[in-house]
Design a protein around this ligand. Structure first.
Ligand SMILES: [Zn+2]
Ligand SMILES: [Zn+2]
Length: 256
């Protein structure tokens, strides 16, 4: 097998196994923390897993190309010597990657909510009503392709330490799964505090899945707030619903 074929095969397998392991873990955790939450959603979960595995192949291919370009050709800006750039760049590069990813996601996501693109690219993702932990990569192939290219392209342009890249990919995986699992994993104090004011978690993204044309962001609420598409936190997440309603302060946030 050539090195290129090996890199492609390895990355597709890694993305698929990562999906099965992480979504599987959080789906299992959901049955412990919120028994019965996914009751009656068997057929939907089967669809979510099918689309996600197809998406894993589409995400894995450009990742494999980037891996080949890094290890075999030395063409990327991925570095392993922590002293190659100022140390501060390691945390900063994580933020830069996440911010660019978030901006790209916000605008492509908003575009995909235009009726023509919605039907062709994004309806599959919204078929999950409500989504489960298995919906993290439940995308139509066109949507997968649009999402799969950004990070592999960025590694050719913006220097990043391999460990920082690992953090970016872990953050991406964690939020992708937990934002869809139907309950809030972060403490209520955080969600209603400064963390939740800046960051997106399940309470925020769940509202996108119920109300559609709002809360488009991926990690940060920055673009939603700037462009007036932020409608605040979901009132009907299974965990927080009662608590949120009780805490009067968040009612205003929900109305957004
Ligand atoms: Zn979603
Ligand atoms: Zn959407």
């Amino acid at each position: 097998m050539t090195a290129l074929a090996l890199a492609l095969f390895a990355m597709i397998a890694i993305v698929a196994l990562r999906y099965l392991a992480v979504s599987g873990f959080f789906a299992w955790l959901s049955t412990r923390v919120r028994p019965g939450l996914y009751a009656g959603q068997r057929a939907q979960i089967r669809r979510e897993i099918g689309w996600s595995l197809l998406a894993a192949a589409i995400y894995g291919a450009p990742a494999g190309l980037a891996m080949y370009a890094w290890t075999e050709l030395g063409w990327t800006r991925i570095y392993t010597d922590a002293g190659a750039y100022p140390l501060l760049w390691i945390p900063l590069s994580i933020f830069v990657y996440l911010f660019i990813h978030d901006s790209y996601f916000y605008w492509t996501h908003r575009a995909m909510h235009r009726p023509w693109l919605f039907r062709r690219m994004h309806a599959v993702h919204h078929d999950s009503r409500p989504p489960t932990a298995w919906a993290a990569m439940s995308f139509h192939p066109w949507e997968s392709l649009s999402g799969a290219l950004l990070i592999p392209a960025l590694v050719f342009l913006i220097p990043i330490h391999v460990a920082a890249l690992g953090v970016v990919l872990s953050v991406m995986t964690f939020f992708g799964v937990t934002n869809h699992m139907g309950w809030e994993i972060f403490p209520r104090r955080w969600v209603e505090g400064r963390f939740g004011a800046a960051m997106i978690s399940a309470s925020h993204h769940h509202r996108h899945h119920t109300d559609y044309r709002c809360n488009y962001g991926l990690y940060f609420r920055f673009w939603d707030r700037l462009c007036d598409t932020d409608r605040g936190l979901s009132g009907d997440l299974h965990v927080e619903s009662r608590n949120l309603r009780r805490a009067g302060g968040t009612a205003a946030d929900r109305r957004g």
